[in-house]
Design a protein around this ligand. Structure first.
Ligand SMILES: Nc1ncnc2c1ncn2[C@@H]1O[C@H](COP(=O)(O)OP(=O)(O)OP(=O)(O)O)[C@@H](O)[C@H]1O
Ligand SMILES: [Mg+2]
Length: 271
């Protein structure tokens, strides 16, 4: 890898030899090995994407980093300290926006801050700033059912960013959006990332999305999930998939790497 400026930075997130299994079968006595010996090192301010077939353990990795699940073996470090549980330095953004329908847009953005004990005036100020960052200021007093899917995800992004986490963990946040809306989001997320310099770990099925967004793309194998291969995407930002032909070449290489894994997943799903 030829990224001396990035390589010299401290590791923000480290997974070392992480194993994770779940009980399975009717009697719950069997064991499904979801992750096996997963090593990941992510530098401060890096944007890393994980791709892999359905069921390969992508969400499990995010949950473990978020502190929502514990590894059976191995260590998870954030800023060199072992993760003991959820903390405000790590915020997860899910595929479904998970907003509260009885709150307005701005109240939804303020919600996480309220949970953190941030005072009313400061809450409002931070919520307004982040709604403006995601270009939703004029919808601040709307309710969730008045918003499109893309707007809901913008609110969820504003809510996550307003909490000012060091690390943003994103689990297929744009999977439910149409292609045009997703393209616009890709540009906006890159712009926000360049402005805020958060460390982002972004999980997706969509290989072109991963290549468009990531400094690196990690390919996970089908069960048990392991890091099979890593690709570095060394293109200037903000990148736009349609107008950057090199991205299609990298996408083809990642897809090649992924193909066998997707076949394995499909075979197992069909029994
Ligand atoms: N709480 C749980 N209890 C039992 N099994 C689980 C649990 N969470 C995940 N698993 C299993 O672990 C494996 C990995 O699941 P995970 O949700 O991490 O996959 P994923 O890569 O995020 O899949 P997708 O792309 O479909 O979201 C799957 O086989 C899943 O059934
Ligand atoms: Mg998942």
């Amino acid at each position: 890898m030829n990224r001396p400026d990035v390589e010299s930075r401290a590791d923000k997130i480290r997974l070392e030899g992480v194993h994770k299994g779940f009980p399975m079968g009717q009697d719950r006595k069997g064991r499904l090995l979801a992750l096996q010996n997963v090593d990941i090192a992510i530098k401060q301010g890096e944007f890393v994407c994980i791709v892999g077939p359905t069921g390969c353990g992508k969400t499990t990795i995010l949950n473990i980093i978020a502190g929502l699940a514990k590894p059976d073996r191995g260590r998870v470090l954030v800023d060199g300290r072992e993760v003991g549980g959820p903390a405000p330095d790590r915020v997860v953004m899910f595929q479904e926006a998970a907003l509260f329908p009885w709150l307005t847009v701005i109240e939804n953005v303020e919600f996480g801050l309220e949970m953190q004990g941030v005072g009313r005036a400061e809450r409002r100020k931070r919520a307004e700033k982040h709604l403006s960052l995601v270009r939703l200021s004029h919808f601040r007093d709307s309710f969730v059912h008045e918003l499109s899917g893309g707007m809901k995800q913008r609110v969820a992004l504003a809510r996550a960013l307003a909490m000012d986490p060091d690390i943003l963990l994103m689990d297929e946040p744009f999977a439910a959006l149409d292609a045009q809306t997703r393209d616009r989001f890709h540009l906006e997320l890159q712009q926000i990332w360049m402005k805020t310099k958060k460390t982002i770990l972004f999980v997706t099925h969509n290989v072109s999305e991963a290549v468009c967004l990531g400094d690196r793309v990690l390919v996970l194998s089908y069960r048990p999930g392991r890091i099979k291969k890593e690709f570095t995407v060394d293109r200037p930002r903000p990148r736009e998939y349609r107008t950057t032909p090199e991205l299609a070449c990298i996408t083809a290489m990642v897809l090649d790497e992924l193909r066998g894994e997707v076949d394995k997943a499909a075979k197992e799903e069909m029994g």
